[in-house]
Design a protein around this ligand. Structure first.
Ligand SMILES: Cc1cc2nc3c(=O)[nH]c(=O)nc-3n(C[C@H](O)[C@H](O)[C@H](O)COP(=O)(O)OP(=O)(O)OC[C@H]3O[C@@H](n4cnc5c(N)ncnc54)[C@H](O)[C@@H]3O)c2cc1C
Length: 466
């Protein structure tokens, strides 16, 4: 296809999708991603319709020595889905999900969102571990590991990966699985977008729902220390079926929550029990009885609806800045730091979220995949959020809050989840995310599949030099 709005025209041989140039209608919309603070101007955005388009776009970029960025769901907080002056290989039109209910597997295209996967798999009463926000991309989330409510029962997203179809830096299409290109398959399960453009993922699925015992319980922020001390023991004793995430910030203005509570500082524990409703009720009973909740929304819920329940609390176009760390445990000292800092942000939209790890995640051997954080108990993300027109008041204060919070957690840190790294972490903290051994092995696979580091708009692994 040739597009001629600018001079010189850009012609991508064998490309059937849309090629958006700066003068094309829709270019400015297409270069927007989830984090509204990211403002980049690619030379062109190649909207792929299928594998052949991805091959054409990769070859075009390589032959013309252009930068390459790959866009899946566009949620990476650092904006790695976009580059300036290069080609964005945009998979946002490739969102098909094809379920094989008899085999309990699904093929998912590289631009799909988790809401697409939950929607299609739940039609068969099935699900796999995915993110906790429906508009997050499957690709970036899975390639970094993939944590979510089902992980303690069914493992990380990468633990459910059976095969991956990839377009390599040379523009070849390869299938990676335990039997085909096993080195590449290992690296793709945690090593991020370093090894090629993934056009499709094959996941294993499990019976989940459609009704599950799920939802958040909120307490006033003043109760944070007590709630976290209780939660530490509650989570440690929880069955694998029970996934939980603690959210510290304000009560979001969701339709199910009484209006007089909206924006009030609060701690919430959101749970999802991947099993029978009655067992789920028993598993969360003590949590619901603890202290004096402001509101308790734990109830039998449709799994897919629960997964999308918080989507409106982190909308596209707002400005975001993240800091994150894994926590070895929740000591009283760590809890004190969290209680001191969690509510010190100025923006009512800023919050911290803490994922309970363990269970099936911890039972996979350390070097079975490239995901390195299997032995940690909790993983906390500090999410500074402000509206675009609040940049004058919050654009500096919110990131400063996140950095202070992380700094205070220093004695309790135990690595970091690669998908939670922001732009200013990418030079120093990539090795922290992987550790030396896994990083070294990733660098060797990188040298085999992308020796010139064509795919570097990501949490980059540098190829080992031969
Ligand atoms: C609101 C929100 C909620 C989140 N919740 C969770 C959660 O519950 N669990 C969790 O684990 N993480 C979560 N994350 C983090 C998430 O895993 C990362 O932001 C991830 O990068 C998102 O992937 P994406 O495809 O949407 O992003 P993108 O920005 O499109 O891509 C991220 C990276 O992956 C690369 N990439 C994208 N698509 C492909 C592809 N098809 N082939 C090769 N490389 C590709 C990109 O080049 C980029 O470097 C969340 C993020 C947000 C913003």
């Amino acid at each position: 296809m040739t597009v001629t709005q600018t001079s010189p025209p850009i012609a991508i041989d064998e490309f059937r999708g849309e090629v958006l140039l700066p003068a094309s209608p829709g270019y400015d919309t297409a270069r927007r991603i989830w984090n509204g603070a990211i403002d980049r101007h690619p030379t062109c955005i190649a909207r792929c319709t299928g594998v052949a388009d991805v091959v054409a776009a990769v070859r075009f970029a390589r032959e013309n020595d252009l930068e390459i960025a790959v866009r899946g769901g566009g949620h990476n907080v650092a904006g790695t889905a976009l580059c300036d002056h290069g080609v964005v290989i945009d998979l946002s039109e490739m969102r098909a999900v094809s379920v094989d209910p008899a085999r309990r597997t699904a093929w998912v295209q590289g631009g799909a969102l988790w809401g697409d996967v939950d929607h299609e798999t739940q039609a068969h009463g099935l699900a796999t571990t995915g993110g906790i926000i429906g508009h997050t991309g499957v690709a970036g989330l899975t390639l970094g590991g993939g944590i979510g409510f089902l992980m303690r029962k069914y493992g990380l997203a990468v633990d459910n990966l059976l095969a991956v179809e990839v377009v390599t830096a040379e523009g070849s299409v390869v299938r990676a699985s335990a039997d085909e290109h096993p080195d590449l398959f290992w690296a793709l399960r945690g090593g991020g977008g370093n090894f090629g453009v993934v056009t499709a993922f094959r996941f294993s699925l499990h019976p989940v729902g459609p009704l599950v015992m799920a939802g958040p319980v909120f307490w006033a922020a003043d109760d944070t220390t007590d709630v976290l001390r209780f939660y530490r023991d509650f989570a440690a004793d929880a069955p694998d079926e029970l996934g939980s995430v603690v959210r510290l910030g304000t009560v979001p203005p969701l339709p199910d929550i009484p209006e007089d509570l909206h924006w009030r500082p609060a701690i919430a524990v959101a749970c999802c029990y991947a099993g029978a409703i009655e067992d789920g009720k028993r598993a969360v009973r003590d949590l619901r009885r603890f202290g004096t909740p402001l509101v308790d929304l734990l109830a039998p819920s449709r799994y897919a609806a629960f997964q999308g329940g918080m989507d409106d609390t982190v909308l596209h176009g707002w400005h975001y800045y993240w800091k994150a760390t894994n926590l070895a445990g929740l000591s009283d000292a760590a809890i004190a730091v969290i209680a001191d800092h969690a509510y010190a942000a100025r923006s009512a939209r800023s919050y911290a979220a803490m994922f309970h790890m363990g269970g099936a995640v911890a039972r996979v051997p350390y070097d079975a995949t490239a995901y390195a954080g299997r032995d940690v108990a909790h993983n906390i993300i500090i999410d500074a959020v402000w509206l675009p027109d609040e940049s004058g008041t919050h654009g500096a204060t919110e990131p400063a809050w996140a950095r202070r919070f992380l700094q205070a957690l220093e004695p309790h840190r135990a690595g970091v989840y690669v998908n939670f790294l922001d732009a200013d972490d990418r030079s120093g903290r990539v090795r922290e995310a992987y550790g030396d051994r896994i990083y070294r092995r990733l660098a060797e696979v990188k040298a085999a599949y992308d020796p010139e580091n064509a795919f570097h708009h990501n949490t980059n692994i540098r190829p080992v030099s031969s």
